[in-house]
Design a protein. Sequence first.
Length: 212
Amino acid sequence: MDVDELLLRAWEAVKKAGLPEPVQGVALKEAVRYLRDEQAEASSRPGAGGRSKAKRNGVQRGQKTRQGDPADAVQTVDESTFFSQLANESGVDEHDLRDILNFTADGRVQVSPPTKDLGRSAAEQAKSVLALVASARSVGLGERPVDAEAVRREVERKRCYQPNNFASKHLGPMKGFNAGSTKKEILVTSRWLDDFKAAVATVQGPTGADDE
């Protein structure tokens, strides 16, 4: 398989997966790597290509893919990459991150714990959601600047969104995040980790000990 064919197959897999634009770049890289590994393994086992492919397909089905399709594999690997990159950069255990955050099949970053565990007031809860989601999108998805609308939607979903306070009292006082050139952007600074770990600690602290 030459380079042109490899890239074409990888891109077709990404399009078939229906992934959102922010994660397509990462997904394309993973699809290329998957196809290269598949080709290398087939080449290293002459006469056993059928058994190798079946074995790989079986592994992919174990990872919640349907038929070992490269597009399905991209979705699975992308979730793994999202959490591993965030764990590596933040120093927070990946298992803890998976308890706090959910990465959906269509590329949304959601906060899993109940809103009551995110802070004592709506303002504190909104700050926790902002820190968790903006950090995760920036580090886990490589989204720069961060999509402010995606962050707002999650704050709304957790029912702690205060439109008049979002920019001035929620985003403004935080050291790790700044408003971008438009309302659709959030800029992540080098101090994002302080806000992110504070939000994680809030979830894991006394108010986060009991689940709903």
